[in-house]
Design a protein around this ligand. Sequence first.
Ligand SMILES: Cc1ncc(COP(=O)(O)O)c(C=O)c1O
Length: 298
Amino acid sequence: MPVVSIREITAARRLDNVRYAIRDLAVLADQLVQQGKKILYLNVGDPNIYDFQTPAHLVEAVATAMRDNKNGYAPSPGIPQAVEAIRSEAVRKGITSVQDVFVTSGASEAVDACITALVNPGENILTLRPDYPLYSAVLCKLGIEINTYDLNEEDGWQPDLVDLENKITPKTRAIVLINPNNPTGYLYSLKEMEALKNICIKHNLYLFSDEAYREFCYTGEYVSAMHLDGVKENVVMLDTISKRYSACGARIGALVTKNKSIYDAALKFAQARLSPGMVEQIAGAAAVCFSRAVGIYA
Ligand SMILES: Cc1ncc(COP(=O)(O)O)c(C=O)c1O
């Protein structure tokens, strides 16, 4: 038999610079645990490891769905009750005329979907420094330049909007906003949101608004990017049940937009990955509907 030599296996170059700081850090932390050190894991926002429980009605929805054999492929944009629950939740929060919503595997996949669908290699998007590492990781994977604007520690981590505007180039397509911010906890004021809006209008940019922590505001008034007048076509909101419902493992998030063209572009991404989990979507719909019924977010 001829000896077939197998080419050395190397990872594709597109992954060369992909780093996910909070996961990379966890590997180092685990090594220290093995050496007997006690570690407090502040790198990850997972309510369940800090003894918060996934709400019982959500667990029940999963058990019932499994028993009822509702465990097939789901439509790519999400099952109708999950889409409808997210849409009506938005309306209840005063976010009207949402054109389109699709369900994703966590906000993480929503970020991947909108960057993949809307930004080309050679273009750039403005992300924050310090960064929640999801953005830099997705950009590296897609070969898209990372262009950062500063959050100023001396000013309590306010966004430096002068720096932001200075960094805009003819190739800039979008600004990332994380509000409330992770990792700094900063909550954007209405004035800052209006300023961001005006920059988006002036330079014709998308605003990717990550609102994963929007129910975690202890002081100040939270303003959703979806509430801003005049940038209806520009905003893509990225949302998740991970934090609000102590359900990071369910991997259910959403991409919400008032712009049909953005939806259509991102839907191609959604179709290529078939669908998020069916059972988890049923749980996600149950979570959102239940909150409405008991008026948690009224
Ligand atoms: C700001 C921000 N966006 C997105 C995510 C990812 O959320 P998901 O679990 O829905 O993928 C996280 C998770 O910690 C986050 O902090």
